[in-house]
Write a new protein. Structure first.
Length: 473
């Protein structure tokens, strides 16, 4: 085993060395070169759209091509269009002020320059989006990249490894498959920046490994993102929006609605609406529009959480007619759970599946206190028509991001940064913040032809004293 691990390390290190040499040979790609890279990436997506959808569905067992187009292909293509429009402005040197008393005639600028080689560790749930969208900002900032795919994305990884070299040479972009132990070796490489998307547990290990090289890390993690439906908001509308997001990709989304808070008096109405809405969207469990759970371990984990809640007195409601789950296809029907114990698996761990616990409240203060008692979530979703109520929740409940009167869709805004806070992550990408994350915002001071500081060189005398008295008065 040590020999295998050493071989993996050596192979990855060789790829990194090739990319770093290419960086040193051409450290600052032009605007035209960066745009060409982005257009090439976009062309790859368009050329392989059907194959990408098929590979992802094969990795899941079944995933709707429409969901892949909506959540992965379109955001990547459209995001590149956005960056192409903004890139010239983002690359401009920024003017900064100068203290005229000390440095008359001098200039200050901030130059966004490439960091070098960026490592990207990609999860299985949205593997196209979470590899190619970061690459958009990595290439926009003028960098090169190595991308490690998940062990649950074998079909997709094979497709990317086989087809991407026709678009980008290995000194620009290299995809890496997970064949066992690769993730550890990958996170130990001395990248110029490392982006990890995944669980908090793995994120801690990645950050610890990167720290050995003082490699800066952007972590996009997860958590228990709540929807908070206020008494003034229409329950039917809330149900339609929350249920769409919750059961998209069978709930396997880091920014999905983990659970929903509702006024006690609204819970029965929400459940009744859910019983009507969900069979209209997914008439049966085996519909191709409904996504499978990624693997058997995740399937069993979700069933265990349902069984535990049921055994402890919770009401477990399957929202589709027929069987509640099917092991052969790894599909679990959309569920709502009422009265789950506060210390149950469903309320203490990120669910990451098609199970929506509903929690009742009589005072909004109770909701605020409960959320703030736990780790800061990746997102919160307030539903209210009262601007003051919405602002109160935004002010008093910290999270990575917010969608108001809907869920998830702040992530789809190309001009908003995306990232977590506290245990839900650190750092941002998307928007100009993504460009800045993968750039060195390099401060440059340009001294004037004649330096006023010459008046302050030793030996110090009366002139130096008069100048310093003027500067410190």
């Amino acid at each position: 085993m040590p020999d295998v691990a050493n071989n993996k390390n050596a192979g990855l290190a060789t790829v990194l060395a090739v990319q770093r040499a290419a960086c040193l040979g051409h450290p600052v790609p032009t605007l035209a070169e960066r745009k060409s890279d982005l257009q090439t990436l976009q062309r790859f997506i368009r050329d392989h759209t059907d194959a990408l959808c098929e590979a992802i569905s094969a990795d899941y067992g079944n995933r709707s091509h429409h969901e892949t187009l909506l959540a992965e292909i379109f955001p990547a293509i459209d995001g590149i269009d956005h960056v192409l429009k903004k890139l010239k402005k983002w690359m401009r040197p920024q003017r900064r002020s100068v203290d005229w008393r000390s440095f008359p005639g001098a200039r200050n600028r901030v130059l966004p320059q490439p960091l070098g080689v960026v490592g990207v560790i990609v999860p299985w749930n949205f593997p196209v989006n979470l590899s190619l969208v970061p690459l958009t900002y990595i290439f926009a900032a003028g960098n090169r990249a190595m991308v490690k795919m998940s062990e649950n994305s074998r079909h997709l990884a094979r497709l990317l490894i086989e087809t991407m070299p026709a678009y980008f040479p290995p000194e620009k972009l290299q995809f890496v498959d997970e064949t066992g132990g690769v993730g550890i070796a990958f996170s130990q490489l001395p990248f110029d920046h490392l982006l990890f998307t995944g669980s908090g547990q793995t994120g801690r290990a990645v950050m610890a490994a990167a720290a050995q090289n003082l490699c800066p890390v952007t972590l996009e993690l997860g958590g228990k993102a709540p929807a908070i439906v206020c008494a003034d908001f229409d329950v039917r509308t809330a149900a339609e929006r929350i249920l769409f997001v919750k059961y998209l990709n069978a709930g396997q989304i880091c920014t999905s609605v983990d659970h929903a808070w509702l006024p006690e008096a609204s819970i029965a109405a929400f459940v009744e609406h859910a019983r009507q809405i969900m069979p209209a969207r997914y008439p049966r469990l085996d519909t191709p529009d409904y996504t499978s759970i990624i693997d058997e371990a995740a399937f069993d984990r979700l069933l265990q959480a349902l069984d535990e809640a049921r055994a402890r007195g919770a009401q477990v409601i399957s929202l589709l007619p027929g069987p509640a789950w099917d092991r052969a296809t790894r599909k679990i029907a959309p569920h709502i759970v009422l009265d789950a114990p506060a210390d149950s698996l469903l309320l203490t761990r990120e669910i990451f599946g098609p199970i929506l616990p509903l929690r009742g409240y009589t005072k909004l203060e109770t909701v605020i206190a409960s959320i703030n008692a736990g780790p800061r979530p990746l997102a919160i979703y307030p539903f209210s028509n009262d601007a003051n109520t919405v602002q109160t929740l935004i002010d008093r409940v910290m999270s990575g991001g917010v969608s108001v009167n809907d869920a998830l869709f702040h992530v789809g805004q190309h001009d908003l940064p995306f990232g977590g806070v506290g245990e839900s992550g650190m750092g941002h990408y998307h928007g100009v913040e993504g460009f800045h994350t993968f750039s060195k915002l390099r401060p440059v001071f340009y001294q004037a032809r004649y330096s006023a500081l010459a008046l302050l060189r030793p030996p110090y005398g009366k002139l130096a004293s008069r100048v310093l008295n003027f500067l410190t008065r």
